[in-house]
Design a protein around this ligand. Structure first.
Ligand SMILES: Nc1nc2c(ncn2[C@@H]2O[C@H](COP(=O)(O)OP(=O)(O)OP(=O)(O)O)[C@@H](O)[C@H]2O)c(=O)[nH]1
Ligand SMILES: [Mg+2]
Length: 226
């Protein structure tokens, strides 16, 4: 290789580097807002969880949602149905959200006085793990119906998350899923991971989850106020 040149042959790494610059632009654009990137497989209960969270915390916190899906506006409509400010990001078939989609979306949603912005990522335990969206925290939802072996099979998702929510906890008596086994594997991947079992339909874990969120919003506000 000639002296003074660099061989750029890793397209993926370069794309991710570009994404990181845009993620920084997202952070700079909404500095005081606590941003939570919710990731999971399709159907683990992300939208239902945000609906129930909005019902509980909507009085205390100003919540908004950006929700990504390959097609349809259905999830944003579901959020608006329960009174939450929401904008759909239609990825046009892409299996994850990228930071530039968030940056564009920020021009189309009113976040005046917003305390907490959820980003519901496209259902997928692989690709979303690679893309920083400018979030403060990443939360991975693993449903009891998916099997407890996922943290070791999709480690990057759990490695890059601060919290794992074991969702659909109301179904635990009926499915072969060990919360202890999933938590043990997940913590072998990421020793700092918090774990909460939760059911949006039966209220299990909702208080712990809402307290976790309130603490993160307060931390962000305190940091921004400095
Ligand atoms: N038993 C049970 N079912 C739930 C729970 N939360 C959600 N569901 C059901 O799971 C299905 C999927 O829920 P969604 O909230 O649409 O899941 P999602 O992760 O947003 O789905 P995608 O956006 O398509 O990835 C729906 O039929 C929900 O009613 C729960 O806590 N317990
Ligand atoms: Mg959804």
């Amino acid at each position: 290789m000639p002296v003074g040149s660099v061989q750029c042959d890793n397209t993926t790494l370069n794309l991710l580097k570009a994404n990181d610059y845009v993620a920084k632009a997202v952070r700079d654009k909404i500095p005081g807002i606590c941003v939570i990137n919710i990731c999971s497989s399709p159907g683990s209960g992300k939208t239902t969880l945000m609906q129930e969270t909005g019902k509980r915390l909507g009085k205390d916190l100003n919540i908004a949602v950006l929700v990504g899906d390959p097609e349809t506006e259905r999830d944003a409509i579901r959020m608006r149905d329960v009174g939450i400010n929401a904008l759909q990001i239609v990825t046009g078939g892409m299996c994850h959200i990228e930071a530039q989609m968030i940056l564009q979306a920020l021009d189309h949603i009113d976040l005046t006085d917003c305390d907490l912005l959820f980003i519901e990522n496209v259902g997928n335990l692989v690709c979303p793990a690679a893309f920083d969206l400018g979030e403060d925290y990443r939360v991975t939802v693993l449903a009891s119906t998916e099997g407890d072996d996922k943290p070791k099979k999709y480690p990057r998702m759990f490695l890059t998350s601060e919290l794992m929510l074991v969702s659909k906890a109301d179904l635990l008596p009926y499915v072969p899923f060990s919360v202890e086994a999933a938590a043990k594997d997940a913590r072998e991947v990421n020793p700092n991971l918090d774990v909460i079992s939760i059911s949006s339909l039966q209220d299990t874990g909702m208080e712990e989850w809402c307290n976790w969120l309130k603490a993160k919003v307060a931390e962000k506000k305190a940091k921004y106020a400095k």
